[in-house]
Design a protein around this ligand. Structure first.
Ligand code: MSP
Length: 508
């Protein structure tokens, strides 16, 4: 089974903020999870370096666009690394391999007679990198960026999107899960049903971009260039290998609701025109809100995700972004919320469970845990459906629900400690077997939970496994089951998984 997951490629006109980290974290959780299931995974992220936005910021800094892009790409490459994301490739749209592929792709659309020349005049919002109709403007301004768009009048190459209305509707009707969640599917489908307008795929009079092969005076419109990254990367990410046969069309695109039309309407039509299969699925998530507004670079309302990682570590930031807001919906983010979850859920629920379990094994059993799995164990019941439930939720991109399901098990194990009270069992020599069974159940339940958590909390998960004497690399999904821990020796009290952090570090 092949599983290919992508994030949007991010504009390099500024540095990363928590909204970008959000999609990258979600994609990484899915990529890691599917690797745990033994699937062949490819995870792509990267940056979108062309477009007026980037050219403008470079000019403001007195740099050539490429010089500017080279400098800032370094910062963007840090984002997945610091988030502990396991992307298999990092694409830059200035890569030679990408630019050449885009030219070939546009040429195929041209050869299919889907491209024609026309004069266009309209309001162009540089922030959106898109033309806006009068009706979309509020007091003459782009409602998203709160800026006055530029009036642009130029001769461009147009893609006959209107000719694809029927085929797109057929596609949507035959694949009701093409776009998820369902309300986003409806949004995309009604946009198509409402009638499609051709769009310009080129820009005149600006040198920054990929030259149009049949008219090198013009460059590709930034979206006609950027969307193609999902395919181009497969042709040059591994030298001498064309990954398209393995990973296309097994692709799952993750994207924010702001770029739904480009992905759910323009992109499948462009693929059909160029003679490619459409993606397997698109998942559209909501905005992460801060103080009731979209976190956006243009509004200057930004949390630097790298600062958050400095303060809390990658695992807590991953945990919080998966858990704080139901993935797919909009939600409010706050640093206080991150701090609170760190203390209550990570340090107490999970961290203390490990500390107590290992300390009790060290103290009451001298570190030697006999194999004591049994049919009637309540922990067996607690863990039995965990693997299936979590996998089923992640198959529906329910990253938040899957994590809550794992947390139910964590809370269940904590209740088990309280109910069984091993410290009392340890006082009574005649209850030795019960003590061993209880500590076995806790250790084994915690091991299963650690495997289930490996895609969310990769560092903590391997620390838990190591503390329990298990192999931290053994995270195959069939390990999310009860009773797989063999007899262990030498278990010592583990050091705290999530040490105290004094004050919330508000980086906003
Ligand atoms: N370059 C285009 C995408 C091209 S993809 C072929 C672009 N870039 S962007 O830098 O503006 O990033 C957009 C994506 O970043 C969103 O779709 C979303 O995935 C993520 N987010 C940016 N801000 C966000 C929030 N405030 N909340 C959640 N995600 C957001 O558009």
């Amino acid at each position: 089974m092949s599983y290919y997951v992508t994030t949007p490629i991010y504009y390099v006109n500024s540095t990363p903020h928590i909204g970008h980290a959000y999609t990258t974290i979600a994609a990484d959780i899915l990529a890691r999870h599917h690797r745990q299931r033994g699937e062949e995974v490819f995870f792509l992220t990267g940056v979108d370096e062309h477009g007026s936005n980037v050219a403008r910021v470079a000019a403001e800094q007195g740099l050539e666009p490429k010089e500017y892009a080279d400098r800032i790409a370094v910062v963007w490459k840090e984002l997945p690394r610091r988030l502990n994301a396991t992307n298999d490739f990092f694409i830059r749209t200035t890569d030679t391999g990408h630019k050449g592929f885009v030219q070939g792709f546009l040429q195929r659309m041209y050869d299919a007679e889907d491209v024609y020349q026309d004069v266009y005049a309209g309001w162009y919002c540089v922030g959106c990198e898109a033309f806006k109709t009068e009706a979309e403007l509020v007091d003459g301004k782009c409602p998203i960026h709160e800026t006055t768009p530029d009036w642009i009048e130029e001769k461009n190459w147009f893609f006959r999107l209107s000719a694809y209305q029927g085929r797109l509707l057929e596609l949507y009707d035959s694949r009701p899960d093409f776009v998820l969640p369902g309300f986003r599917y409806n949004e995309a489908r009604s946009f198509i049903a409402g009638g499609l307008q051709d769009f310009s795929i080129s820009r005149a009079g600006q040198p920054w971009g990929v030259p149009i092969p049949w008219d090198p005076e013009q460059v590709a419109y930034v979206w006609a260039d950027a969307l193609v990254n999902y395919l181009s990367a497969l042709t040059y990410a591994r030298s001498g290998e064309d990954l398209r046969s393995r990973f296309w069309p097994a692709v799952r695109h993750l994207l924010g609701k702001d770029i739904l039309r480009f992905h759910c309407v323009y992109w499948p039509a462009m693929l059909l025109s160029a003679g490619y299969e459409v993606p397997h699925q698109l998942f559209v998530h909501g905005y992460l809100l801060l103080d009731d507004r979209k976190i956006s670079k243009t509004l200057g309302n930004v949390i630097d995700p790298l600062d958050l990682i400095d303060a809390y570590g990658a695992d807590p930031v991953r945990f919080w972004s998966a858990r704080a807001v139901s993935f797919g919906q909009d939600g409010i983010a706050s640093i206080d919320g991150l701090h609170e979850r760190y203390e209550r859920e990570l340090a107490n629920d999970l961290g203390n469970l490990l500390s107590r379990t290992t300390a009790m094994i060290a103290r009451y059993l001298e570190g030697d845990l006999p194999a004591r799995s049994r049919d009637a164990s309540p922990v067996r019941t607690l863990i039995a459906d965990l693997g299936g439930d979590v996998a089923a939720r992640l198959d529906e991109y329910d990253i938040t629900g899957a994590l809550e399901r794992i947390w139910e098990a964590v809370r269940g194990l904590n209740r088990h400690v309280e109910v069984q009270a091993p410290w009392r069992l340890a006082e009574d020599e005649s209850r030795r077997l019960e003590l061993e069974e209880t500590l076995y159940d806790l250790a084994d339940g915690l091991r299963a939970v650690a495997v289930a958590l490996a895609s969310y909390l990769p560092e903590a998960s391997s620390q838990i496994l190591a503390a329990l004497g298990a192999d931290p690399g053994e995270i195959g999904w069939d390990g999310v089951d009860y009773g797989l821990t063999p007899a262990r020796t030498g278990i010592a009290a583990a050091s705290p998984l999530f040490p105290r952090i004094d004050t919330p570090t508000a980086a906003a």
